[in-house]
Design a protein around this ligand. Structure first.
Ligand SMILES: C[S@@+](CC[C@H](N)C(=O)[O-])C[C@H]1O[C@@H](n2cnc3c(N)ncnc32)[C@H](O)[C@@H]1O
Ligand SMILES: Nc1nc2[nH]cc(C(=O)O)c2c(=O)[nH]1
Ligand code: SF4
Ligand SMILES: [Mg+2]
Length: 183
Protein backbone atom coordinates (compact mmCIF):
# COMPACT_ATOMS: atom_id res chain seq x y z
CA UNK A 1 0.00 0.00 0.00
CA UNK A 2 1.10 3.54 -0.71
CA UNK A 3 -0.27 6.69 0.94
CA UNK A 4 -1.82 9.04 -1.59
CA UNK A 5 -2.75 12.63 -0.79
CA UNK A 6 -4.42 13.33 -4.14
CA UNK A 7 -4.49 12.14 -7.73
CA UNK A 8 -5.53 14.53 -10.48
CA UNK A 9 -5.31 15.21 -14.21
CA UNK A 10 -3.84 18.54 -15.24
CA UNK A 11 -1.01 20.08 -17.26
CA UNK A 12 2.55 20.13 -15.97
CA UNK A 13 2.70 23.75 -14.88
CA UNK A 14 6.44 24.03 -14.24
CA UNK A 15 9.86 23.45 -15.74
CA UNK A 16 10.94 21.65 -18.90
CA UNK A 17 7.66 19.81 -19.57
CA UNK A 18 5.43 22.81 -18.90
CA UNK A 19 2.14 22.46 -20.79
CA UNK A 20 2.25 18.68 -21.07
CA UNK A 21 -0.92 16.87 -19.94
CA UNK A 22 -0.15 14.60 -17.01
CA UNK A 23 -1.68 12.58 -14.21
CA UNK A 24 -0.27 13.80 -10.90
CA UNK A 25 0.09 11.30 -8.08
CA UNK A 26 0.73 13.25 -4.89
CA UNK A 27 2.14 11.04 -2.13
CA UNK A 28 1.64 11.97 1.52
CA UNK A 29 4.27 13.30 3.86
CA UNK A 30 7.77 14.67 3.51
CA UNK A 31 11.14 14.34 5.20
CA UNK A 32 11.78 18.10 4.92
CA UNK A 33 9.83 21.11 6.15
CA UNK A 34 10.52 23.96 3.74
CA UNK A 35 9.02 27.13 5.17
CA UNK A 36 7.91 28.19 1.66
CA UNK A 37 6.21 24.89 0.79
CA UNK A 38 2.97 25.59 -1.08
CA UNK A 39 1.47 22.11 -0.67
CA UNK A 40 -0.65 20.52 2.05
CA UNK A 41 0.40 16.95 1.62
CA UNK A 42 0.12 15.31 5.05
CA UNK A 43 -3.32 13.73 4.80
CA UNK A 44 -3.85 10.70 2.63
CA UNK A 45 -5.41 7.32 1.93
CA UNK A 46 -3.58 4.05 1.63
CA UNK A 47 -4.07 2.57 -1.83
CA UNK A 48 -3.07 -0.71 -3.40
CA UNK A 49 -1.14 -0.54 -6.66
CA UNK A 50 -4.17 -2.09 -8.34
CA UNK A 51 -6.37 0.86 -7.27
CA UNK A 52 -3.66 3.35 -8.15
CA UNK A 53 -3.15 1.94 -11.66
CA UNK A 54 -6.90 1.84 -12.23
CA UNK A 55 -7.16 5.54 -11.32
CA UNK A 56 -4.20 6.40 -13.56
CA UNK A 57 -5.63 4.38 -16.47
CA UNK A 58 -8.80 6.49 -16.46
CA UNK A 59 -6.87 9.35 -18.11
CA UNK A 60 -5.70 9.38 -21.73
CA UNK A 61 -2.29 11.06 -21.32
CA UNK A 62 1.08 9.33 -21.38
CA UNK A 63 2.85 11.31 -18.66
CA UNK A 64 2.52 10.45 -14.97
CA UNK A 65 4.15 12.81 -12.46
CA UNK A 66 5.04 11.41 -9.05
CA UNK A 67 5.07 14.22 -6.50
CA UNK A 68 4.15 14.98 -2.92
CA UNK A 69 5.21 15.51 -0.23
CA UNK A 70 8.28 13.51 -1.08
CA UNK A 71 7.44 10.71 -3.54
CA UNK A 72 10.87 9.14 -3.04
CA UNK A 73 9.66 7.92 0.36
CA UNK A 74 6.91 5.80 -1.21
CA UNK A 75 8.01 4.50 -4.59
CA UNK A 76 10.04 1.53 -5.79
CA UNK A 77 11.11 -0.30 -8.98
CA UNK A 78 7.90 -2.31 -8.94
CA UNK A 79 5.63 0.76 -9.22
CA UNK A 80 7.68 2.25 -12.06
CA UNK A 81 7.61 -1.10 -13.86
CA UNK A 82 3.81 -1.29 -13.51
CA UNK A 83 3.37 2.24 -14.88
CA UNK A 84 5.67 1.40 -17.80
CA UNK A 85 3.58 -1.72 -18.46
CA UNK A 86 0.59 0.64 -18.91
CA UNK A 87 2.66 2.56 -21.48
CA UNK A 88 3.21 5.57 -19.21
CA UNK A 89 6.16 7.99 -19.16
CA UNK A 90 7.16 8.34 -15.51
CA UNK A 91 8.40 11.70 -14.23
CA UNK A 92 9.16 12.65 -10.65
CA UNK A 93 9.31 15.88 -8.66
CA UNK A 94 11.75 15.23 -5.83
CA UNK A 95 13.81 17.06 -3.23
CA UNK A 96 16.63 14.66 -4.15
CA UNK A 97 17.22 13.18 -0.71
CA UNK A 98 16.05 9.65 -1.57
CA UNK A 99 17.63 7.00 -3.77
CA UNK A 100 15.21 6.60 -6.70
CA UNK A 101 14.26 3.71 -8.99
CA UNK A 102 16.65 3.93 -11.96
CA UNK A 103 13.95 3.31 -14.57
CA UNK A 104 12.18 6.65 -13.93
CA UNK A 105 12.09 8.51 -17.25
CA UNK A 106 12.50 12.09 -16.02
CA UNK A 107 13.91 13.35 -12.72
CA UNK A 108 13.15 16.91 -11.68
CA UNK A 109 15.26 17.61 -8.62
CA UNK A 110 14.49 20.63 -6.49
CA UNK A 111 17.33 20.62 -3.97
CA UNK A 112 16.69 22.22 -0.61
CA UNK A 113 19.07 23.81 1.87
CA UNK A 114 20.05 21.14 4.42
CA UNK A 115 18.70 18.27 2.30
CA UNK A 116 21.55 15.88 1.50
CA UNK A 117 21.35 14.76 -2.12
CA UNK A 118 21.12 11.02 -2.83
CA UNK A 119 19.77 11.05 -6.38
CA UNK A 120 22.04 9.40 -8.93
CA UNK A 121 20.60 11.02 -12.07
CA UNK A 122 19.00 14.41 -12.61
CA UNK A 123 17.40 15.61 -15.82
CA UNK A 124 16.26 18.99 -14.59
CA UNK A 125 17.31 21.04 -11.57
CA UNK A 126 14.54 23.39 -10.42
CA UNK A 127 15.43 25.67 -7.54
CA UNK A 128 12.86 27.79 -5.72
CA UNK A 129 14.39 31.27 -5.55
CA UNK A 130 13.38 32.71 -2.22
CA UNK A 131 15.38 35.92 -2.33
CA UNK A 132 18.67 37.72 -2.64
CA UNK A 133 21.42 36.11 -0.62
CA UNK A 134 20.31 32.57 -1.40
CA UNK A 135 23.26 30.56 -2.74
CA UNK A 136 22.00 29.03 -5.96
CA UNK A 137 25.27 29.00 -7.93
CA UNK A 138 26.43 25.78 -6.24
CA UNK A 139 23.45 23.93 -7.79
CA UNK A 140 24.91 24.57 -11.26
CA UNK A 141 27.60 22.01 -10.36
CA UNK A 142 24.97 19.26 -10.24
CA UNK A 143 25.11 17.09 -13.35
CA UNK A 144 21.84 17.85 -15.15
CA UNK A 145 20.52 18.77 -18.58
CA UNK A 146 18.56 21.90 -17.58
CA UNK A 147 18.74 24.45 -14.76
CA UNK A 148 15.61 26.37 -13.75
CA UNK A 149 14.96 29.01 -11.14
CA UNK A 150 11.36 29.27 -9.97
CA UNK A 151 9.88 32.29 -8.20
CA UNK A 152 8.36 31.57 -4.81
CA UNK A 153 4.58 31.29 -5.29
CA UNK A 154 4.81 33.73 -8.26
CA UNK A 155 5.60 36.50 -5.75
CA UNK A 156 9.15 37.57 -6.76
CA UNK A 157 9.18 37.02 -10.50
CA UNK A 158 10.85 40.39 -11.28
CA UNK A 159 13.71 39.58 -8.92
CA UNK A 160 14.20 36.14 -10.48
CA UNK A 161 14.21 37.61 -13.99
CA UNK A 162 16.90 40.12 -12.95
CA UNK A 163 18.99 37.34 -11.39
CA UNK A 164 18.73 35.15 -14.50
CA UNK A 165 19.68 38.04 -16.80
CA UNK A 166 22.85 38.43 -14.72
CA UNK A 167 23.44 34.64 -14.51
CA UNK A 168 22.30 33.31 -17.88
CA UNK A 169 23.09 29.65 -17.20
CA UNK A 170 19.66 29.61 -15.56
CA UNK A 171 16.22 29.59 -17.17
CA UNK A 172 12.94 30.80 -15.71
CA UNK A 173 10.29 28.33 -14.55
CA UNK A 174 6.93 29.84 -13.68
CA UNK A 175 4.18 28.00 -11.84
CA UNK A 176 1.88 28.55 -14.82
CA UNK A 177 -0.96 26.49 -13.29
CA UNK A 178 -1.27 29.17 -10.60
CA UNK A 179 -1.43 31.91 -13.24
CA UNK A 180 -4.22 30.20 -15.20
CA UNK A 181 -5.98 28.77 -12.12
CA UNK A 182 -5.86 25.07 -12.86
CA UNK A 183 -4.76 22.35 -10.42
C1 LIG B 1 5.54 20.53 -3.47
S1 LIG B 1 7.07 19.95 -4.11
C2 LIG B 1 6.89 18.16 -4.02
C3 LIG B 1 8.08 17.40 -4.52
C4 LIG B 1 9.34 17.43 -3.65
N1 LIG B 1 9.06 17.38 -2.26
C5 LIG B 1 10.17 18.65 -3.99
O1 LIG B 1 10.28 19.55 -3.14
O2 LIG B 1 10.69 18.69 -5.10
C6 LIG B 1 6.89 20.24 -5.89
C7 LIG B 1 7.67 21.40 -6.45
O3 LIG B 1 7.13 22.61 -5.94
C8 LIG B 1 8.19 23.45 -5.55
N2 LIG B 1 7.66 24.41 -4.58
C9 LIG B 1 7.23 24.16 -3.33
N3 LIG B 1 6.76 25.28 -2.75
C10 LIG B 1 6.89 26.27 -3.67
C11 LIG B 1 6.57 27.65 -3.68
N4 LIG B 1 6.02 28.26 -2.62
N5 LIG B 1 6.83 28.35 -4.81
C12 LIG B 1 7.39 27.77 -5.89
N6 LIG B 1 7.70 26.46 -5.95
C13 LIG B 1 7.46 25.72 -4.85
C14 LIG B 1 9.21 22.48 -5.02
O4 LIG B 1 10.50 23.04 -4.91
C15 LIG B 1 9.15 21.41 -6.07
O5 LIG B 1 9.92 21.77 -7.19
N1 LIG C 1 -0.21 21.88 -12.71
C1 LIG C 1 0.68 21.55 -11.78
N2 LIG C 1 1.97 21.39 -12.14
C2 LIG C 1 2.84 20.99 -11.18
N3 LIG C 1 4.16 20.70 -11.33
C3 LIG C 1 4.65 20.29 -10.15
C4 LIG C 1 3.63 20.30 -9.20
C5 LIG C 1 3.80 19.77 -7.84
O1 LIG C 1 3.10 20.18 -6.92
O2 LIG C 1 4.68 18.91 -7.68
C6 LIG C 1 2.48 20.76 -9.85
C7 LIG C 1 1.11 21.00 -9.46
O3 LIG C 1 0.68 20.90 -8.31
N4 LIG C 1 0.26 21.37 -10.48
S1 SF4 D 1 10.67 19.06 0.14
FE1 SF4 D 1 8.98 19.54 -1.24
S2 SF4 D 1 7.08 18.78 -0.27
FE2 SF4 D 1 8.73 18.70 1.25
S3 SF4 D 1 8.39 20.57 2.39
FE3 SF4 D 1 9.93 21.03 0.80
S4 SF4 D 1 8.76 21.76 -0.99
FE4 SF4 D 1 7.30 20.83 0.43
MG1 LIG E 1 2.50 22.21 -6.72
Amino acid sequence: MRKINELFYSLQGEGFHMGTPAVFIRFSGCNLKCDFCDTRHESGTLMTDEELLERVSAFPCRMVILTGGEPGLWIDDDLVEKLHALGKYVAIETNGTCVLPEAIDWVTCSPKQGGKLNVKRIDEVKVVYTGAGQDVESYLALPALHYFLQPCSCSNTEEVIAYIKAHPQWRLSLQTHKLIHIP
